[in-house]
Design a protein around this ligand. Structure first.
Ligand code: IPM
Ligand code: MG
Length: 359
């Protein structure tokens, strides 16, 4: 019987509610597929700040490193927004990504046929959208040095950050992206700002060099402003997108919204070894926390991605994804994806429907 150590990071806001559902789903799947999960919970984000004063306690990083995979819900909330940067929940998430070497962030934006009408865009634009955004996650302007705010001689403050990529950083994310495209429709669009930024010109040059190793993949390049426009104009032109940390942050939210609700989308963050980290694309939604309103499906689908990528349990992952499609077919909807004639459920109700669908 396969057995895996899974670190659970419920975090803040709706995090604990949706994590509880995902754990129930994993336990049920474990029974069906003879998989044992050894869960250990650890603190991150605001929950960790409240308990220990730091957003990523050393013990949490250590627990994560010793596990086969890490499942995260969400971090952050108004309560911690005014703390100094090193004590902010977001800083804990960034330290976790860096500490686990999670340089590749895979964010699928797939529109399910049942949810086409939940999109803010017209049916003919979004029907059939199936995009994978491969975002570089441990470099670029998020981590570049120097950074800071200094006071100039005139007494005026000046803030600065540095967007920096080395060839090796571009190559390793580039290879993940080409390999991802090979498993999909073999089209890769690299997004940069090479018309203005030197760092982007280097990015474009390296990705172009790498392309020679992947002759079956059709490579195109696009400036980030145009990519933002094309995503809402004609998203079906995209298959796999690869881009740096900041552009990927922005474009992955735009891509997510094409699908109707950011509450549906999982993500995987991978290093060159296990463990990876799996989390919903959405945030901690403090405005609806504790009210049984959250959509747990992105968390559940993140658990499925974990089974597929880190644990190599494809059949179990398929079963979860099929259960999600089934409950949507049955008409169950949380508030964020509700439409006329559907059955309104809360977070718990959606979880129960999923458990029933798994059987
Ligand atoms: C994301 C989030 C994070 C990011 C924040 C919470 C630090 O927006 O995962 O996209 O900017 O990377
Ligand atoms: Mg973001």
């Amino acid at each position: 019987m396969a057995s895996y150590r899974i670190t659970l990071l419920p975090g803040d806001g709706i995090g604990p509610e949706i994590m509880a559902i995902a754990v129930q789903v994993l336990k049920r799947i474990g029974e069906k597929f003879s998989i044992t999960f050894e869960f250990q919970e650890a603190l991150v984000g605001g929950a960790a700040i409240d308990a220990t004063g730091e957003p990523l306690p050393a013990a949490t990083l250590e627990t994560c490193k010793q596990s086969d995979s890490v499942l995260l819900a969400a971090i952050g909330g108004y309560k911690w927004d005014t703390l100094p940067r090193h004590q902010r929940p977001e800083t804990g998430l960034l330290a976790l990504r860096a500490g686990l070497g999670l340089f590749a962030n895979l964010r699928p934006a797939t529109i399910l046929p049942q949810l086409v009408d939940a999109s803010s865009l017209k049916r003919e634009i979004v029907e059939g959208v199936d995009i994978m955004v491969v975002r570089e996650l441990t470099g670029g302007i998020y981590f570049g040095q120097p950074r800071g705010v200094v006071e100039t001689e005139t007494g005026e403050k000046r803030g600065f950050n540095t967007m920096v990529y080395s060839e090796s950083e571009i190559d390793r994310i580039g290879r993940v992206a080409f390999e991802t495209a090979q498993k999909r429709r073999k089209k890769l669009c690299s997004v940069d700002k090479a018309n203005v930024l030197e760092v982007s010109q280097l990015w474009r040059d390296r990705i172009t060099v790498l392309a020679a190793d992947y002759p079956d993949v059709e490579l195109t390049h696009m400036y980030v402003d145009n990519a933002a426009m094309q995503l809402v104009r004609n998203p079906k032109q995209f298959d796999t997108i690869v881009t740096g940390n900041l552009f990927g942050d922005i474009l992955s939210d735009a891509a997510a919204m094409l699908t109707g609700s950011i509450g549906m989308l999982p993500s995987a963050s991978l290093s060159s070894a296990r463990p990876g980290l799996y989390e919903p694309v959405h945030g901690s939604a403090p405005d609806i926390a504790g009210q049984d309103k959250a959509n747990p499906l992105a968390q559940i689908l993140s658990a499925a991605m974990m089974l597929r990528y880190d644990l190599n349990e494809a059949a179990a992952a398929d079963a979860i994804e099929q259960a999600v499609v089934k409950v949507l077919d049955q008409g169950y909807r949380t508030g964020d994806i509700m439409s006329d004639g559907m059955i309104a459920v809360g977070c718990q109700g959606m979880g129960e429907a999923i458990l029933a669908a798994i059987g």
